[in-house]
Design a binder for this molecule. Structure first.
Ligand SMILES: [Zn+2]
Length: 121
């Protein structure tokens, strides 16, 4: 598992990237209007938020709890089946990440922790 320090370094690098992008933008937009300011602020917030979400998901994917989670359909313990590259769709954007997944042989249900995002907004 990635150490706390390694994660910190990774997130700091991403924050530095966002700050550099802002400073670059500032040079190129000496008199921005409010919409332009909102656009850059939201863009950078999104990029940094994605990195946080990615770290959190990878962190969870590396943990394989025993016993496994319960099948939502039949309640049986699901079996860990290893990692698979999947597309995560969330409010912070979509991206591909390797996630551990579980399988119920009876129902053929699959679960990729932490599961899909709950509907919101
Ligand atoms: Zn089941």
């Amino acid at each position: 598992m990635e150490s706390k320090e390694a994660k910190r370094a990774r997130l700091l690098a991403k924050a530095a990237e966002a700050i550099d992008e802002y400073l670059e933008w500032e040079e190129q937009n000496p008199r921005p209007d409010l919409t332009q300011i909102e656009d850059i602020a939201l863009k950078l917030r999104k990029e940094f938020g994605q990195e946080i979400a990615q770290v959190a998901i990878e962190n969870q994917a590396e943990r394989t709890p025993a016993p496994g989670p319960r099948c939502a359909k039949c309640g049986a313990e699901m079996r860990y089946k290893g990692k698979k590259r999947t597309r995560v769709e969330s409010r912070t954007g979509n991206w591909d990440v390797e996630r551990g997944y579980y399988y119920c042989p009876k129902c053929k249900e699959r679960l990729f922790p932490p599961g899909p995002a709950t509907a919101s907004e």
